[in-house]
Design a protein around this ligand. Structure first.
Ligand code: KIV
Length: 282
């Protein structure tokens, strides 16, 4: 396979030998039936762990607005703040493709604004691609961003930047009309040149239909296993944030307990003068 590089020190868990993940590698992975792993990261230290573990795609998601800044929605995070997070992540990366969310208000105005925001992300952070939410309503913006040679990832289904329009975080596209619209939007995205699509919280059978319909990778969160890859928010899957437990979330660790216990022990040791001991001082 032409995309394979010689080095074997960066193997993804199921054997892709790509030296560095690119949008073409992702397309090849879909063609070869190799599933794509994707996680969010927003800072240098955790991005280094995620990249070192061999995740294929790192998303500097606007979920930073929730998990890093404590906002209720993704709407408040700014383009400058997204660029700051992306810069921190990029410094940590050797292997993964880094995709950065265009935040709310940075692309909906018109396609020129979408291009200007995307150029800022690429130029100031060194990221590899941008992601934006929505279907036909952002088609012109997608096309304009692509004219500058910037790879674009789409995001359909539950689109958190539109939460006040939808009013709930319920599963999307259960009704026939919305299913059809989503299928058409996915096809349109492939036709205009989007390199991959995120599907969030849609029925598994619909997600599978989308993945069959298009040749570009379809990566899901709450969209079932019949697609080309999966994405989760890092803080959720590590169990740092315990308040959020939707059905689709699998927790791979309980860092909430680990961190709380470690800090509790530190407080005890300081209060009892156990820390620092003789070996821990100069
Ligand atoms: O911002 C984010 O973390 C996302 C994922 C949920 C796909 O868009």
């Amino acid at each position: 396979m032409s995309y394979l590089a010689d080095n074997t020190d960066k193997l993804s868990p199921i054997g892709s030998k790509a030296k560095k993940i690119t949008t073409n590698v992702l397309k090849q992975m879909k063609a070869n039936g190799e599933k794509i792993s994707m996680l969010t990261a927003y800072d240098y230290s955790l991005a280094k762990l995620v990249d070192g573990a061999g995740v294929d795609v790192i998303l500097v998601g606007d979920s930073a607005s929730n998990v890093m800044a404590g906002h209720e929605t993704t709407l408040p995070i700014t383009l400058d703040q997204m660029i700051y997070h992306a810069q921190s992540v990029i410094r940590a990366i050797n292997y993964a493709l880094v995709v950065v969310d265009l935040p709310f208000g940075s692309y909906q105005g018109n396609s020129k604004e979408a291009l200007t925001s995307s150029i800022r992300i690429m130029k100031e952070s060194g990221a590899h691609a941008v992601k934006l939410e929505g279907g036909r309503e952002v088609k012109e913006s997608i096309e304009r961003i692509l004219t500058a040679g910037i790879p674009v990832m789409g995001h359909l289904g539950l689109t958190p930047q539109s939460i006040y329009k939808f009013g709930t975080y319920e599963v999307r596209a259960r009704e026939e009309a919305e299913r059809q619209r989503l299928l058409e939007d996915a096809k349109m995205m492939e036709e205009v040149g989007v390199f991959a699509i995120i599907l969030e919280k849609v029925p598994a059978d619909l997600a599978k239909e989308v993945a069959t319909l298009v040749d570009i990778p379809v990566i899901g969160i709450g969209a079932g296993g019949g697609i080309d890859g999966q994405v989760l928010v890092l803080h959720d899957m590590l169990g740092i944030n315990k308040e959020f437990s939707p059905r689709f979330l699998r927790r791979y660790a309980d860092l909430h307990t680990v961190i709380t216990n470690a800090i509790g022990q530190y407080i005890k040791d300081v209060k009892s003068s156990d820390f620092p001991n003789e070996k821990e001082q100069y």
